[in-house]
Each structure stands twice: as C-alpha cells, then as structure tokens.
Design a protein around this ligand. Structure first.
Ligand SMILES: NC(=O)c1ccc[n+]([C@@H]2O[C@H](COP(=O)([O-])OP(=O)(O)OC[C@H]3O[C@@H](n4cnc5c(N)ncnc54)[C@H](OP(=O)(O)O)[C@@H]3O)[C@@H](O)[C@H]2O)c1
Length: 294
C-alpha cells in the first residue's frame, strides 16, 4: 500500500518475507494484476472492476497525488491494492513497477497496459518531439512493462492485454502518432501470441471506442501543450464502468481481440470490405464536424 520508490531494501525484504494476503473470492481470487495508467480514467475503473472480481491490483501513474487518491478510494472500499509511481516509458521504472507486485503479493498474473498519451494535432504542424512522446507512451509504454513482467507471467501462465483504440483499425486525421502507436501494439500482440505460444500466456488487445473522460483529461497539442480532448457526441460514448467491465470479461475469457461498441465493429467492417466508403465518411466528417478533430 505504498509507493515502491519510498521503500528501503530492508523494508522490501520484510514485505517479501510475509505471505501474500490475496483476496479469496471472485473469478480472479488469488490473482495479481498490474494496470498501467490506473490513477485515472478507464485504467482506474478497470482496476476497480478487477478488484471487485477478486484480484489484488498494483496501481500506476506518474502523478503521486492522484495515484494516492485512487489508492485510498479503492482501499476504503475494501480492495487489495498497492501503488507504484512509474513512467512506463522508462524501463528501470517498469522493473520497479513489477517488483512492487512481487514485494506485495508475490506474483504477477495479469498485465493490462493502459497508460497512454493522446493528441489533437495535424501531422504537418506537429513538433517531431511531440510525435515521439505520443508514440513512445503508446509503444514503449506497452513494451517495457511487458518486458519487465514477462518472466513472472511465464511462471503463472498469465494474461496480457494491450489497450488499443478503434482508431488503430483505420486512420484518424489529427491523431497520427496515437493511431500509429495503437496499431503497433495490436500487431505486437499478434506476433507475441505466435512467438510465445508455448508459454501459455494469453495475449489480447481491446480496441476501445469513444468513452466518457475524466474532466481533467488532457491530450497534447502540436507543440506538446496539454489541452482538453476534442468534442465527442455524448450519445456515442460508453461509460468508463461499461468499458472496464468489457475489459475484465476479455481477460477472464482470454480473448484475442475485443472491439468495443457497435460503432467500432462497423468501422472494422467498412474498412475491411468497403475502404473507399470508409475514407469518404472520414473526409466528409472533417468538413462537416471540424470540432470532432480539432
Ligand atoms: N477515452 C477514450 O475515449 C478512449 C478511446 C480509445 C482508447 N482509449 C484508451 O484507453 C486508455 C485509457 O484512456 P483514458 O481515456 O482513461 O485516458 P486518461 O484518463 O488520460 O488515462 C491515462 C492514464 O495513463 C497515465 N499515463 C500516461 N502516460 C503515462 C506514462 N508514461 N507512465 C505512466 N502512466 C502514464 C495517466 O496518468 P499521468 O498522466 O498522470 O501519468 C492516466 O492515469 C488509453 O490507452 C487510451 O488510449 C481511450
């Protein structure tokens, strides 16, 4: 229940020597999950849903205050949680994140790579460093936690879910680096499923569609300044709780791919079978609904 940054080696040894106190009821009883980027938004609600299904969860984010607030919220509800402030684009920080799970609970069964930075900027205007920051958070923010957790997931024949987006299934103007990153992780999951088939680890991807956001959510503009997310029609949005429940079901059923929402499934169909029509729809919405992109 503490930030692993603040733990001395002696304290860590004491925690490790204690038998893990894992919840005993629910479909994930006895399981330990790490959810990256879980101090807020969909990650926080996914952590809550996993806890409600019996898992012990390591929460993560870069903002110590917000992370502690989320920890208190879940711990007060009686859930078994620990926290680790870690930037998932930093490999050493990801090793600390995984070590936090081992120190507190002795194992890692489930990894959900949810941390991500999004954007609203056209490619031609974007500072190259901003492109890199968005891409890194989505790609290395997925690769590094997995690299650090992999030996432990092999031991438990665990489950890995990459959080992607329906925008990985097609292109989305003003989202170049984000869409490229989300498409990369979907492809990575496929490769790893084949390459690591003998480990018995589940590799899955969830393509999330438009979801309600925390009011504080910010994305990067072309110069890397945090700005509110672009307008999304409320009727197109699922709640974070609904999305979290779908993610948890995906993990429980060890699905390869889950595309959330009817709109997401329609996008898959149109871009697979009628790609020109898909592009026409996007190009005409750019003209008629500029605030959707900008
Ligand atoms: N909301 C939607 O409509 C939607 C649609 C499709 C896909 N998704 C995907 O769903 C996931 C969650 O989205 P959300 O809407 O809940 O976004 P969010 O509210 O911005 O949450 C993202 C979380 O990731 C953390 N984070 C970002 N970069 C990090 C890093 N380098 N290291 C550690 N933590 C980091 C953020 O905290 P700090 O910034 O404080 O670190 C925050 O807690 C993302 O992968 C997103 O791409 C969302």
């Amino acid at each position: 229940m503490f930030d692993s940054n603040l733990v001395s080696d002696a304290e860590r040894a004491t925690v490790a020597a204690r038998p893990p106190q894992l919840p005993r009821s629910g479909p994930f009883a006895g399981k330990v999950a790490i959810v990256t980027g879980s101090e807020s938004g969909i990650g926080r609600e996914t952590a809550r849903a996993l806890c409600e299904s019996g898992a012990a969860v390591v929460l993560n984010g870069r903002n110590a205050e917000r992370l502690e607030h989320t920890r208190q919220d879940l711990a007060t509800a009686g859930h078994t949680v620990a926290t680790c402030v870690a930037d998932v684009t930093d490999y050493a920080a990801c090793e600390r994140l995984v070590q936090t799970a081992l120190d507190h609970f002795g194992q890692v069964d489930i990894l959900i790579t949810n941390a991500s930075i999004s954007m609203r900027a056209y490619f031609a205007d974007m500072a190259p460093e901003v492109f890199r920051q968005v891409l890194d958070s989505n790609v290395y923010g997925t690769v590094y936690p997995l690299k650090a957790a992999l030996p432990h997931l092999v031991r438990t024949r665990g489950s890995v879910t990459f959080i992607s987006s329906i925008s990985a299934l097609n292109g989305m103007p003003s989202g170049s680096a984000y869409c490229a990153g989300k498409a990369a992780v979907a492809n990575l999951a496929h490769t790893l499923r084949l390459e690591l088939v003998d480990t018995g680890i589940h590799f899955g991807v969830v393509h999330i569609g438009f979801t309600q956001n925390d009011p504080e959510k910010r994305v990067l503009d072309a110069q890397g300044q945090p700005v509110p997310i672009a307008h999304r029609p409320p009727r197109w949005q699922k709640s974070q709780t609904e999305v979290a429940a779908i993610i948890v079901r995906h993990v429980r059923k060890r699905r390869q791919r889950t595309v959330i929402s009817a709109l997401g499934r329609l996008i898959v169909l149109v871009h697979t079978y009628l790609p020109r029509l898909g592009d026409w729809v996007v190009l005409s919405t750019i003209r008629r609904m500029r605030n959707f992109y900008e």
